[in-house]
Design a protein around this ligand. Sequence first.
Ligand code: SAM
Length: 211
Amino acid sequence: MVATQIAARGIRDRRVLEAMRKVPRHLFVPAGYGSDAYRDHPLPIGHGQTISQPYIVALMTELLAVSPGDRVLEVGAGSGYQAAVLATLGAVVYSIERIPEVARIAEENLKRAGIPNVHVIVGDGTRGHPPAAPYQGIIVTAAAPAIPGPLVDQLAEGGRLVAPVGSRDLQELVKLEKREGRVTTTSYGGVVFVPLVGEHGWEGQAGNGLP
Ligand code: SAM
């Protein structure tokens, strides 16, 4: 997976490649999908949600450029896999998930894989998580109509925020950097994610009454 799908497509950060080699992705996919775990596409994880394609996880991780000890906020815990990769790079991860059952799956997967330093929190991640702010890195793993304001506020000076931003059907992967209070944005091409549902996202999109 790492050689043919990730390094071959231009991911160069050796720490990211090593973390992607280390984390056992098969422990983060539902029973029955084990043989597909290392393939080049996203997979369903239940509740209409997905574990992202390995290459996209690697790309977002490289863009986030985390250093050991960084506090990282993830919006959209999903399977817990992206959080596991970030924790393997030495980050302390606060991973928010809006669907309680999915949050439980993430916690179980992380425990099974023996990954420490990930705090899974149930809630609306578009509001961020003020108790652990500011964050050196923020990663949004669901499609946002725009970058939620509270996330920009909770980004540390010198911090990076990576998110898919656009319509429900197609987004642009963007990276924000905050320097001397100013934010710069760079685009990294088209991606497709499930919607970010919440106060500062696609409010009510899922329509299932969850927070
Ligand atoms: N990062 C995950 C992984 O490694 O498996 C994949 C995340 S999946 C593509 C998107 C997740 O974002 C879903 O689990 C969805 O429930 C969650 N989500 C959507 N809107 C959210 C919000 N406002 N707050 C927190 N989680 C949200």
